[in-house]
Design a protein around this ligand. Structure first.
Ligand SMILES: NC(=O)c1ccc[n+]([C@@H]2O[C@H](COP(=O)([O-])OP(=O)(O)OC[C@H]3O[C@@H](n4cnc5c(N)ncnc54)[C@H](O)[C@@H]3O)[C@@H](O)[C@H]2O)c1
Length: 310
């Protein structure tokens, strides 16, 4: 596990990322160019640790230990000294990030991982001026970073496989669920999916189909109620890909320039892989008895319904 990390930028994202490293036992230097923002970030981190202790997720002693491992500073060189991983979380301005990486490269060791929490900039642009692009990676955390499990990981194509594995393992040690993207694409996976949904949500409001709060209720009480446990592709697999193909053949031309259901879905159906009901779809259901999976899903949904009533 990483023993020493630096997080640059202590705003909405930076303090949560610093907290994760500290909870996992690393010494973290949290740096911000603005003293007031640094103090605010540190306060937010302390409040988050206190809340985790209050909820019984960590002990008060662990919360105090994590806080003690976070060293705030406004000095970049102090923050970077000895860091095995540097994560930048400064504003989404390419030039500012490039200037920061220039300074980081001058200070850190050759094997230091240099990461960006960018929401939209491709790693090829972020590494444009880098002398060692093979150590650069996008680690896309989600707000609040200390709580949302997902981290999208986009390594520079020249990053050695062993380093990629070290990055993924570090994220697992932080308690995260890393998802490695096989190539770079604007918006990564999560923001593309979110954007597609949000775009349509606004469109439905504009069309006068439903009120904003009703569109939101459709998500939180419908598909979104299931999504914590079953993602959209497994949902299609459990429901039957033949059925989903017919539905998408009807709907896709309504929503996009596509003439019908996506090719991957069509190909699976043509092979006779209809999902859970044939044992294989886009998931391999062999060795995963469907009845057991559905029972597990339903138990989780019953518990979620109780939590929502709370
Ligand atoms: N807010 C989100 O929901 C979210 C989610 C995922 C990724 N991101 C990305 O994370 C990054 C940070 O976003 P944020 O929402 O935390 O921004 P923010 O504005 O809350 O925080 C940025 C911090 O960086 C500091 N800063 C600015 N320039 C600096 C520099 N050169 N050196 C050191 N500190 C500097 C600022 O003082 C500020 O405290 C952006 O790239 C953003 O796109 C944001």
């Amino acid at each position: 596990m990483v023993r020493s990390a630096a997080v640059v930028g202590a705003g909405v994202m930076g303090h949560g990322i610093a907290q994760l490293f500290a909870q996992a036992g690393a010494l973290v230097r949290l740096q911000d160019a603005d003293e007031g923002r640094l103090a605010a970030g540190l306060r937010a981190l302390e409040q988050s640790l206190a809340l985790l202790a209050e909820e019984g997720v960590i002990s008060p002693a662990d919360a105090a230990g994590a806080r003690a491992r976070v060293r705030p500073t406004t000095d970049l060189d102090t923050a970077l000294a000895g860091a095995e991983v540097v994560v930048e979380a400064i504003p989404e301005v390419l030039e500012a990030k490039l200037d920061l990486f220039d300074r980081v490269e001058r200070v850190v060791e050759a094997e230091t991982i240099v990461a960006s929490n960018t929401s939209s900039l491709p790693v090829s642009q972020l590494s444009r001026r880098a002398r060692h692009p093979g150590r650069m990676v996008i680690l896309h955390f989600f707000n609040p970073a200390q709580l949302v499990p997902l981290v999208e990981v986009v390594p520079h194509p020249s990053m050695p496989p062993a380093t990629v594995e070290r990055v993924l393992e570090t994220m697992r040690r932080l308690g995260k669920r890393p998802v490695r993207l096989r190539r770079e694409v604007p918006g990564f996976v999560a923001n593309r999916l979110q954007a597609a949904l949000v775009r349509e949500a606004f469109h439905l409001v504009e069309l006068g189909v439903a009120a904003p709060e009703d569109v939101d209720a459709v998500v939180t009480e419908g598909p979104g109620f299931r999504w914590p446990f079953v993602g959209p592709i497994e949902t299609a697999d459990l429901g039957g890909l033949d059925t989903w193909q017919r539905v998408l053949d009807n709907l896709a031309p309504e929503l996009s320039t596509a003439r019908g259901a996506p090719e991957a879905l069509r190909a699976a159906v043509a092979r006779g892989d209809l999902g859970a009901k044939t044992g294989r779809g886009l998931y391999d259901h062999a060795g995963r008895p469907v009845a057991e999976r559905l029972r597990q899903r339903d138990r989780a949904l019953i518990r979620l319904a109780k939590l929502k009533r709370e």
